[in-house]
Design a protein around this ligand. Structure first.
Ligand code: SF4
Length: 488
């Protein structure tokens, strides 16, 4: 009998992307092969509920998947992630085409649920756990193909105890729990041995890592350390050239973490620091636990420790009760903080959160206008930041064909520099010139800037390190197929 094949459709944040990677690895260990959706026997939809639109998209997807399932007998549909965590059995009841539902703490049960579903048993597992078993997952299976050669996520903590009034995450991801530092270092060491040169530490409030254990004087027993100390231990791993973390919360930047940015060789000069609003009144009602002044103080301290630091952020406009003056405070703070980029959204009420019941919900047209003003400001700041980088020499970690090349534009590959900016690199697809591969680190000089990315040229025309093996032909074909022969 042919081996069964699976595909995973992922929505949402990097935590969800990483959860999908974990599920893929588990399914490989269970003897399934990865495939395109058109070929797959099992399709997992990993959902997000951070905004209303994301949830609606799941329901649209599930409607369309009825036809996908009907195309071939024996096909199975699974739903995981934050919507699954919240709705559990209700998804099975409402959507007969769904065979299994798993919550955010139940990834390790997916292979068993697939096997049960194949025998006709539909199931939902959404129980929350306080134990560390959920982090006890197998190493990468030989057949597991990383979607991001040279780079990997490493979960250091999960959950959130802060309950910002707009956020559903504490309900979908549960209480804060941190992994033992030795386990994290061992995982990072294994990844480095496999050729990974960049890791991103993940957690809902990643720099809250270990805080409960330290506060309750049980860090020794739990095997946790302060977040800055964890970074120091990871910084010593040979082969790990870049260390990132996301997303931190501003209130957990202590002096040691700020200092680490000036001292650790491999800690990248980029911090994603969610502001959400620049108005003290709104911050208070969001229950963010900092004000505008203390936020700017953290940004300044980080820049003092690491003068070339790049800051990016998350912002929400149209929070209930937001006035024109509140918006102006946000615009002023964004300008003062000098974010190189930001993700900005209109507030959308999430059922079960405190803010959803607040009076003063903002008219959608007003919120849209505010979003456009904020994004216009951000475009100006991003372009100014990008222009300030022209002439600089840096190194990029190649990801694949650039967005423009994928749209049929010039022959380019794209990578990220240590500041997490996208740098496009013109390549020659004719002749024998080597094309930088995903996972290679390539030295470049920045020669131009747009609001979305930087343009670089390679110096010298030779990669410094390969983490991806020799998939040169694949990438050449990918670039050729979207760009045609020639060079920029
Ligand atoms: S800190 Fe606030 S926004 Fe971030 S996950 Fe926790 S509740 Fe949500």
């Amino acid at each position: 009998m042919d081996r069964r094949r699976f595909a995973i459709r992922t929505y949402g944040c990097q935590m969800n992307v990483h959860d999908s990677e974990k599920v893929a690895n588990l399914l490989h260990h269970a003897g399934l092969d990865a495939a395109d959706e058109a070929e797959a026997d099992v399709l997992v939809v990993n959902t997000c509920s951070i905004r209303d639109k994301a949830e609606q998209r799941l329901y649209t997807d599930l409607g369309l998947l009825r036809a996908w399932k009907a195309e071939r007998p024996g096909r199975l549909v699974g739903v995981g992630g934050c919507v699954a965590q919240q709705q559990g059995d209700a998804i099975l009841e409402r959507f007969p085409q769904v065979d299994f539902v798993f919550g955010t703490h139940n990834l390790r049960f997916v292979p068993a649920m697939v096997a049960e579903a194949a025998r006709g048993q539909r199931s939902a597992r959404t129980e929350e756990t306080r134990d560390l078993d959920r982090f006890d997952l197998p190493q990468r299976h030989p057949a597991y193909a990383s979607p991001s050669p040279g780079r990997a996520f490493v979960t250091v903590m999960e959950g959130c105890d802060l309950y910002c009034t707009f956020c559903i995450v504490p309900q979908t991801r549960g209480r804060e729990i941190s992994r033992p530092a030795d386990d994290i270092v061992a995982e990072a060491q294994t990844l480095a041995d496999e050729g990974v040169c960049e890791i991103t530490l993940l957690g809902q409030t990643v720099n809250a890592y270990g805080r409960h254990d330290l506060r309750r004087d049980r860090a020794d027993r739990a095997g946790t350390v302060a977040f800055a100390e964890l970074l120091r231990r990871l910084d010593r791993i040979p082969g790990l050239e870049r260390i990132r973390y996301t997303s931190p919360h501003p209130i957990f930047f202590d002096a040691a973490l700020v200092r680490a940015h000036g001292e650790l060789e491999h800690l990248c000069p980029h911090v994603h620091l969610p502001l959400q609003s620049g108005s003290d009144a709104i911050l208070e009602r969001m229950r963010r636990r900092y004000d505008r002044e203390s936020f700017l103080g953290i940004a300044q301290a980080l820049r003092r420790a690491r003068p070339d630091l790049t800051l990016t952020s998350d912002l929400i406009v149209g929070f209930p009760g937001e006035s024109e003056a509140d918006l102006q405070a946000t615009l002023d703070t964004v300008e003062q903080a000098g974010f190189a980029d930001s993700y900005s959204f209109k507030y959308s009420p999430r059922p079960g959160t405190k803010a959803a019941q607040e009076p003063g919900q903002i008219d959608p047209g007003v919120a849209q206008d505010r979003l456009e003003r904020l994004q216009a400001l951000q475009r100006r700041l991003t372009l100014a930041y990008h222009r300030s980088r022209v002439g600089e020499r840096t190194e990029i970690l190649i990801e694949g064909p650039s967005a423009r090349a994928r749209r049929g534009g010039p022959a380019q590959v794209a990578g990220r520099d240590p500041h997490q900016r996208v740098v496009n690199l013109a390549v020659r697809v004719a002749g024998d010139a080597p094309i930088p591969q995903p996972g290679e680190r390539v030295p470049v000089e920045i020669v131009d800037a747009t609001p979305h990315s930087l343009l670089g040229t390679q110096i010298p025309l030779r990669a410094v390190k390969t983490a991806a093996g020799s998939a040169d032909e694949d990438l050449r074909n990918a670039v050729l197929s979207v760009s045609g022969p020639g060079s920029l």
